[in-house]
Design a protein around this ligand. Sequence first.
Ligand code: FAD
Length: 359
Amino acid sequence: MIISVIGAGPVGCYAAYLLAKAGHSVTVFEEHPKIGKPVQCTGIVTRDLLDLVKPSKGIIQNQISEAVIHGEKTSIGLRITEPNLVLDRERFDRYISGLALRAGAKIRLRTRVERIVQEGPTYILYTKHIGKFKADCIIGADGPLSVTAKALGLYRNKKMLNARQALIYSRNNNRVEFYLGNGFGWVVPESRNIVRAGVATMGDPFGPFNSLLRRSKLVGKKQLELTGGLIPLFNPIGLRSGGKAYLIGDAGGFVKATTGGGIVPGLKSAQICADSIITGKNYDVLWWLKLAPELTAHRAIFRMMNKMPPDEIDKLLSTLKSGAARDMLQSHSRDRLTTWGFGLAIKQPKLLLFLRYLV
Ligand SMILES: Cc1cc2nc3c(=O)[nH]c(=O)nc-3n(C[C@H](O)[C@H](O)[C@H](O)COP(=O)(O)OP(=O)(O)OC[C@H]3O[C@@H](n4cnc5c(N)ncnc54)[C@H](O)[C@@H]3O)c2cc1C
């Protein structure tokens, strides 16, 4: 089968790798001249990543086992049993594209897909500079504003967080700081001298970004790079496939709403998509069973947190400070929330009181 993947981010390249390895003829179209650039990501992931791919030590820039979650007045410190990984996103993207190339996929850089038209069983891709291409199967891995989704009438990301992030020169003690309220903010050390500090909010990120800098004592420190970007909020309703067209990664909204983490769920969506193409199983059924429960739980928590006034967020953090709850937060992956979240509520029933913010 001739398969076209639109977007050579990590998710598109991972799908290309899996499908080329299975013997399909795969071409990836990427609008930028270079894989991995520009970087619009903090690159922090749980070790669940290693169940999917095995990036080398150089790509994993840092490992972090301490985190502090801040409300307005209350903070909770965590010692994470399985350290989080901080990726060099540019090198990570190049590593995944290398897997795809070695498996036999082709990558066409500087090739933006402008339009896709379906003629019977064939998809025709119109590109800006080098004409049109035909494919039997289309995979949209083209980010939050997916052209594929629009052209083929599939699921569209409606709600998105606006993110703003800076790379800042700052001596640090290798601890993640995570700030709750009005979306969320983070300070993630890439090394002992440099942090990635950012916010993601429903509105304009400029004000929240400046207050993050103040709160985390980063005002006036040298900013090496400033980036932004959109983070789609997952919605379980909506078809991510139709005919032989599929949406994966950010294009399908596969992101954890609590943290904006899209690398692990995105790669999982690529794996599920490749599996459904190879075996003929229904992609929408598969992602619904394997990804929707987890991502819906993250979405529910995000919505709850955004309805809670600051003093209630402080109360929630105080409740989570109790031994049993803190132990669970420290020892369980946020990529497997549904496997332990209910246990947390049973061990600390006071948490159930906060469910009123769900409605
Ligand atoms: C500020 C910020 C911080 C983040 N931090 C983290 C984090 O710490 N951890 C984490 O897990 N996630 C994080 N994320 C989310 C993460 O970056 C995304 O979930 C991830 O990049 C999704 O990968 P993807 O391959 O689906 O899409 P992308 O990485 O967006 O790749 C899509 C590619 O498609 C290309 N493209 C788009 N349209 C076309 C077209 N028409 N034709 C050709 N090419 C096209 C784009 O140029 C792009 O290269 C962050 C996001 C932001 C904005």
